[in-house]
Design a binder for this molecule. Sequence first.
Ligand code: COA
Length: 239
Amino acid sequence: MTDTYRPKPLNSQTKFDNAEVGAGSFIEPDVTVGFRCHEDCGPAQLGKHCMLRKGTIIYGDVMIGDYFQSCHYAVIRAKVQMGNYCNVMNHSTLEGLIRMGDGVRIMSHVYVSSRTWFGNHVFVGPGVTFLNDRYPGRIESDSSPMGATIEDHVMIGGGATVLPGITIGRQSFIAAGALVNRDVPAKSLVVGVPGCITPLPSKLNKSNAKPLTVQPIDIWHPGGDDASHLEWPEHWLQR
Ligand SMILES: CC(C)(COP(=O)(O)OP(=O)(O)OC[C@H]1O[C@@H](n2cnc3c(N)ncnc32)[C@H](O)[C@@H]1OP(=O)(O)O)[C@@H](O)C(=O)NCCC(=O)NCCS
């Protein structure tokens, strides 16, 4: 039996070639921060207590707040800006101009196109796709591609697809596999392909639980003392 892998936190503000990462952060081997995608690329800036897992690539010009966590092979390209407590899981890709508030949790294998905007405490399930070009390669357009706007406390279920320029209103709940092809009013449920929009049923009519969107530490590889409260649910142990 081997010891649990516990990376050592950086104990002070650390300067990289083209990045600044705040004190108390964990950075595993094979992580790239501040990747220069062009000559004039500025530095990547990350706040305190971040955790970057092996394989993460963060470009220069990215700005991320405190308590950020990336999992393996997450790719975050230039101009992305995030608040505090954001989380990007395995093999997800964030392209270009993206804005996120606090507590945005992106699960694995998610694609976020440029010009997508997120509010606070948004949960994005695995395999979700956000698109930004309605007629790629077929119709010339003077305007730039436009991604979706996702308001506060939205939950987007696994495998959903969100078409360009759509707004999903506050607290809405998108079912697994749904195709969101028109604007969604606040507090709506969207189910199916194309998505059928109805008011939220009472059981789902609430904000996202903050322990889900603002996780104190990576549950798969706890590396610090503050993970002590993370325990398996009792009924799992009984299996
Ligand atoms: C939409 C959702 C909330 C419905 O849950 P529910 O209220 O318990 O609904 P039920 O399972 O009782 O299903 C009710 C009906 O909707 C259908 N249904 C359920 N989920 C559906 C979905 N995602 N897409 C299409 N139809 C769905 C069921 O087949 C059932 O149809 P029927 O009445 O013809 O038999 C849930 O299925 C869902 O998609 N949750 C998101 C899960 C997810 O993506 N999590 C991400 C983190 S892992």
